[in-house]
Design a protein around this ligand. Structure first.
Ligand SMILES: Nc1ncnc2c1ncn2[C@@H]1O[C@@H]2COP(=O)(O)O[C@H]2[C@H]1O
Ligand SMILES: [Fe+2]
Length: 286
């Protein structure tokens, strides 16, 4: 059954018990190429994404079994918009047990991404209900643009989610940052209609978190009672608080989040060992 773009289609994920902590991994901005050895500002994104997956698997054996309920892949999964780049992504994710849910970034080819991830058996669900939390993945892509914007159809999905699930805390995943991260060169490529988004979120009485990719750095701020989080890329990192384009020496990474039944959350950015995948600092952009 096809769903009209404006219709919210919710997927219930175990555990349905509302007293359980929901464990989430966010992987973002893999920027993969068809060529596993392609160079991207001094590093090879397939190899760094491979190292991130290996580190997640290693964490699982040492700390706990891979106890995550699902993975959120928040865009810019491909840099060259080739079928092979998305197949590399699907193959890497297949090594991680939890189901993967995804959304496009400004570098993704939305239609090709949909076709390739569908073919790989990766879920197309964009609204998840798990425990006392709901997750909504929205598409901020404006084809041909670097900045993002939420269409009225996408905003309507958010309106439906908070109307149908008024008691469930909300983790909203988007690609573009909805609040400035403090990098002037990057904040020009932000989510343009973030005020419309925040106005809708303010109507929701349960806890609200907005999780994004795109900025290739950790970020964690509260604005008007909403927590805004951003996370490292699995490839190159951007230097925080830089007016002009600048790469960072921090290693590639990912984010883990634990969502508690009462609406609180704990979260941690994980990174590969320092100096792993050092970029070409003379790069001036891409
Ligand atoms: N030197 C630069 N100045 C401004 N924008 C840039 C520069 N280099 C890259 N970008 C764009 O900024 C974007 C931020 O992250 P993306 O990976 O979405 O893609 C990046 C490029 O499209
Ligand atoms: Fe991006």
């Amino acid at each position: 059954m096809t769903h009209t773009p404006q219709q919210l289609h919710s997927q219930l994920l175990a555990p349905h018990r509302t007293d359980r902590v929901v464990e989430v991994l966010q992987i973002t901005d893999t920027h993969l190429f068809a060529d596993k050895n392609a160079d991207f500002l001094g590093i090879a994104p397939w190899h760094s994404a491979r190292a991130v997956v290996d580190a997640i698997l290693e964490n699982a054996t040492e700390l706990t079994p891979l106890a995550h309920d699902f993975i959120l892949a928040t865009g810019d999964l491909s840099q060259d918009q080739t079928p092979a780049s998305y197949r590399h992504f699907s193959s890497l994710m297949s090594e991680l047990a939890p189901p993967v849910f995804w959304l496009p970034g400004n570098h993704d080819d939305g239609q090709l991404m949909q076709a390739e991830l569908d073919a790989a058996g990766i879920s197309n669900a964009k609204h998840l209900v798990c425990g006392q939390w709901q997750m909504l993945l929205l598409d901020t892509q404006i084809p041909g643009e670097t900045f993002g914007e939420l269409s009225s159809a996408q905003l309507s999905l958010l309106e439906q989610a908070i109307t149908h699930y008024p008691e469930h805390h909300l983790l909203l995943a988007v690609h573009h940052q909805a609040v400035p991260v403090g990098c002037a060169w990057l904040d020009q490529h932000n989510l343009r209609n973030s005020e419309a988004l925040k106005a809708l979120l303010m109507q929701h009485k349960a806890a609200k978190v907005v999780l994004c990719g795109h900025v290739h750095q950790g970020f964690d701020e509260y604005h008007q009672g909403i927590r805004f989080l951003a996370s490292p890329a699995t490839c190159i990192q951007f230097k925080p608080l830089s007016d002009d384009f600048a790469l960072d020496s921090m290693a590639p990474g990912w984010r883990a989040l634990s969502l508690y039944p009462d609406g609180r959350l704990s979260t941690q950015v994980w990174r590969l060992p320092h100096h792993a995948f050092a970029p070409d600092f003379s790069a001036t952009g891409y």
